[in-house]
Structures are given as structure tokens and as C-alpha cells.
Ligand binder design. Structure first.
Ligand SMILES: CC(C)[C@H](C(=O)O)[C@@H](O)C(=O)O
Ligand code: SF4
Length: 467
């Protein structure tokens, strides 16, 4: 029987196959590191007197705790400052390349890896961060790990793992204009639920996926974890090759040719079997927004806030009631009438150049509604530089948005960019949990197009709603 893409990558990385109930030991090709989940791992190495086994396969960047303004000032928050200082000390001591705040290559770890050409098809990529699934867009087996596993990878460049199940997520047909890969993944999670992917590696397939750019594919894979999945993958194709060629760490010359030959074999065989399968009709999709406090509580923008009383499943009904009360929403209210205070364009989900271009196109010649604050935060300093070369920053600032430096920013409340209690945002990030963007803050997950249109109208909107 043939193999799925995930199985091919898995099998190619087995250092030692586990017997009976033992896990397999897998080789790790790329280990990404950030300030939040690495301190205890380095401390463990230090206590054991061990070096980092492959510093050359390890890359660190500062992202979660960095402010996005005033980079020349010391970090005001003591916890954030300590995290960042600790990462710097650890990287210096263990010989790991670090892109610190202010560096031209600094940015969110999941934006930096692909942009440097470090994320490649058929590789294993790990990071102490759940959104490592982003890198699966290249046909890599990429997943988040815990801090003790970070220590294991630092010390050995391997990881003991139990095999995952596989799920095909078929996105058939064609997306309508104005419908983005963010809408696709929000619709997938609404369909299968936040636990629907548990234990699986999702492989996104189908005509609509093949037509997506690499950046759009990253948005989809990024949120695999929000469906509970270990990882998300997309088979490499010409789009993948075109994106990679010429990047600083992509192979070149004869190495490129050899790599391409291998990469072309990285697809699910026609006779391979998935453990589960789900199909979404791309033609039927419209812009999607979340109304609740988990990424599965989403609906098309044209719908109304759901009425919990009409939800049959008891647990789901209770969750919806709780979510509506936290979100300050009334059942039956058209989602288009939900007013926001803040719009956040950024994060490892939607902080890449194409996301900024799409939003800038909507904002060009328009202004952000008077009582709305809009933050535009490039996912990396490279994205920022590229945007500035194209004049996008001028479009944003002319519209009344704030143009920031790179970092996780308002995706989560670990740095100064936060919502205050009761404030409501439309956010291009990936999590809408209670307090995610600041204590008491209320988050609606949206695409960059919806974010931009919402900033202009002040209520959840798509570009079609604009004059
Ligand atoms: C801080 C980090 C461990 C966390 C993650 O694992 O995803 C963060 O990046 C997030 O998005 O919630
Ligand atoms: S941008 Fe958000 S989701 Fe991505 S790594 Fe940072 S905190 Fe996590």
C-alpha cells in the first residue's frame, strides 16, 4: 500500500524504530527557538553539562515579549525583559544564531523560518510553540513541542514520538474573490471542531489548495493546531519551489536540482489511505468571522450571532452561552452590526507581505473609522522593509493606522500591545480565547480583508460592504 505525505516524511526520519509500545526516535532537521519556552531547556543542559548537539540546525528569534514601538528603549516590563535577556545569554553561551530585537531578520519565529528558506519540503521542524504547524505548508512535518522536549532536541537533535493518524482535508472547487485561506481554515475548524483534529496530522488537498500562494497555505497550516491537530501539511509543488528558490538557506546549483528531485516525490500516493477524511466546498465559502471564545465558534459574516437555545448539544449550548456572555453579544444580532474598538493586522497567521498588501488595497484612499484604533504589525522586519519599499506603510498611516515593528504584538498579551477589559477587536490572529489579547478583551478572528474593511466601517465588514 502507498504512503501518505506525512508517513513518507516520518519514515525518512526514523533513527530508531520503537518496539511494541515504544515511541519511534525521529531526527529533527530544524529547531526554532524563542524566548518564552526555552529558558528551562537551556537551564537543563547547563545543569547536565551538555552542549547543544547541532547549533547549526537551531535558530532563535525574539518575538513574544518584544514591544513594537520604542525599540531603542529598554523593555519596560521586568518579566519580558528577563525572558529576552535570558535568551540572549543562552544563545551566546550555547553558540546559537539569534535574531534579536532591532535585527533586520528579527520577527515571529514562524515568519522568519520560511522567509530565510530554512523551512523546506520533507524536513522535520520543531519549536516550543504550537503554531509550528505553519511550516507544514512546505510539506514539512512540523509541530510544537513542550519545554522538556525542547531540551531533548537541543541535546540530541532527536525526539521520541508516537505515530500520528492522518486526515485528508479536501478543499474542493474554487474560492470566490474576497474569500481567503483564513476563511477556509476558520470554516474547517467550525466544521470539525476544536478537538476534531486531535491525534491527527491534517493534509490539506484539493483544487482550491493547489491554487493558493505559499503565504496563504501557511495561514491554513498555522491554524491546524486550533482544530486540535498535531500538524498540518500541504504537498510541495511548483508554487513551493518558486517560493524557495534563491532564498538565503535554500539549496543552490546541483544541490537545488537534487533537492527538487526528492521534493517531487513528496506527495500522498494514489493508493495511500487516510484514517479520516473531510471535504469542504470552496465555492460555497464566504468571509468567516468568529463570534465566540474558541476558533471553532465561527460563522459566515452574513449570519447572525447564534441563539444558544437552538443548539441541541448540551455541552455546546453551555459553551455558547458562556461565550456570548463573555463577548457581550446578544443572540440574533447580525454579525455585521458588531462594532469594534481595535483592529489588529499581524501575527504568524496573517502578518506576511501578501496579508499587508491585501489590507492596504482595501485601505487605499479610505480612512479608519474615528473611534477605531488599528495596529499594523509586520510578522518580521523583512516584511516591514518590503512593505515600506512598496509604500504600504504610507497607505496604512494615511488611513490612520499605526505602523509598527515586528513581533507577536496583540496576538497575545505578553507585550505592551493589549486590549483593555471590555474592548473588542477584529484580529487576523489565530486565537480568541478569553483574555488572549489582554484581560477582559474580546476577540473576533478575521481575514486581513475583513480586518481592513472593519477598520473603515467600525463594525465587522467585508470589502464588499464599502462604498
Ligand atoms: C507562548 C507560546 C508557548 C504559545 C504557543 O505555543 O502557541 C504562543 O505562541 C501562542 O500562540 O499561544
Ligand atoms: S504571533 Fe501569536 S500565534 Fe504566532 S507565535 Fe506569536 S503568539 Fe503564537
Amino acid at each position: 500500500m502507498g504512503k501518505t505525505l506525512a508517513e513518507k516524511v516520518w519514515d525518512a526520519h526514523i533513527v530508531r524504530r520503537g518496539e511494541g509500545h515504544e515511541p519511534d526516535l525521529l531526527y529533527i532537521d530544524l529547531h526554532l527557538v524563542h524566548e518564552v519556552t526555552s529558558p528551562q531547556a537551556f537551564e537543563g543542559l547547563r545543569l547536565a553539562g551538555r552542549p547543544v548537539r547541532r547549533p547549526d540546525l537551531t535558530l532563535a528569534t525574539e518575538d513574544h515579549n518584544v514591544p513594537t514601538t520604542g525599540l531603542d528603549l529598554p523593555i519596560a516590563d521586568p518579566v519580558s525583559r528577563t525572558q529576552v535577556d535570558t535568551l540572549r545569554k543562552n544563545c551566546a553561551e550555547f553558540g546559537i544564531r539569534l535574531h534579536p530585537m532591532g535585527d533586520a531578520e528579527q520577527g515571529i519565529v514562524h515568519v522568519v523560518g520560511p522567509q530565510l528558506g530554512l523551512t523546506q519540503p520533507g524536513t522535520t521542524v520543531v519549536c516550543g510553540d504550537s503554531h509550528t504547524s505553519t511550516h507544514g505548508a512546505f510539506g514539512a512535518l512540523a509541530f510544537g513541542i513542550g519545554t522538556s522536549e525542547v531540551e531533548h532536541v537541543l541535546a540530541t537533535q532527536t525526539l521520541p514520538l508516537r505515530p500520528f493518524k492522518t486526515m485528508a482535508v479536501n478543499i474542493e472547487g474554487e474560492l470566490r474573490p474576497g474569500v481567503t485561506s483564513k476563511d477556509v481554515i476558520l470554516a474547517v475548524i467550525a466544521k470539525i471542531g476544536t478537538g476534531g483534529g486531535q491525534g491527527y496530522v491534517l493534509e490539506y488537498r484539493g483544487e482550491a489548495v493547489r491554487k493558493l500562494s505559499m503565504e496563504a497555505r501557511m495561514t491554513i497550516c498555522n491554524m491546524s493546531i486550533e482544530a486540535g491537530a498535531r500538524a498540518g501539511m500541504i504537498a510541495p509543488d511548483e508554487t513551493t519551489l518558486a517560493y524557495l528558490q534563491g532564498r538565503p538557506h535554500a539549496p543552490s546549483g546541483a544541490d537545488w536540482d537534487a533537492a527538487v528531485e526528492h521534493w517531487r516525490s513528496l506527495h500522498t500516493d494514489p493508493d495511500a489511505e487516510f484514517d479520516a477524511e473531510v471535504t469542504i466546498d470552496a465555492d460555497a465559502l464566504t468571509p468567516f468571522v468568529t463570534w465566540g471564545t474558541n476558533p471553532g465558534q465561527g460563522l459566515p459574516l452574513g449570519e447572525r450571532v447564534p441563539d444558544p437555545a437552538r443548539i441541541a448539544d448540551e455541552a455546546e449550548r453551555a459553551a455558547a452561552e458562556k461565550a456570548l456572555s463573555y463577548m457581550g453579544l446578544t443572540a440574533g444580532m447580525p454579525l455585521r452590526e458588531v462594532g469594534v474598538d481595535t483592529v489588529f493586522l499581524g501575527s504568524c497567521t496573517n502578518g506576511r507581505i501578501e496579508d499587508l498588501r491585501a489590507a492596504a488595497e482595501v485601505l487605499r484612499g479610505r480612512t479608519v473609522a474615528g473611534d477605531v484604533r488599528m495596529l499594523v504589525v509586520p510578522g518580521s522586519m523583512k516584511v516591514r522593509q518590503e512593505a515600506e519599499a512598496e509604500g504600504l506603510h504610507e497607505v496604512f498611516t494615511a488611513a490612520g493606522a499605526e505602523w509598527r515593528s515586528a513581533g507577536c504584538s496583540m496576538c497575545l498579551g505578553m507585550n505592551p500591545d493589549q486590549l483593555s477589559a471590555g474592548e473588542r477587536s477584529a484580529s487576523t490572529s489565530n486565537r480568541n480565547f478569553e483574555g488572549r489579547q489582554g484581560k477582559g478583551g474580546r476577540t473576533h478572528l478575521v481575514s486581513p480583508l475583513v480586518a481592513a474593511a472593519t477598520a473603515v466601517r467600525g463594525t465587522l465588514s467585508s470589502p464588499e460592504d464599502l462604498d
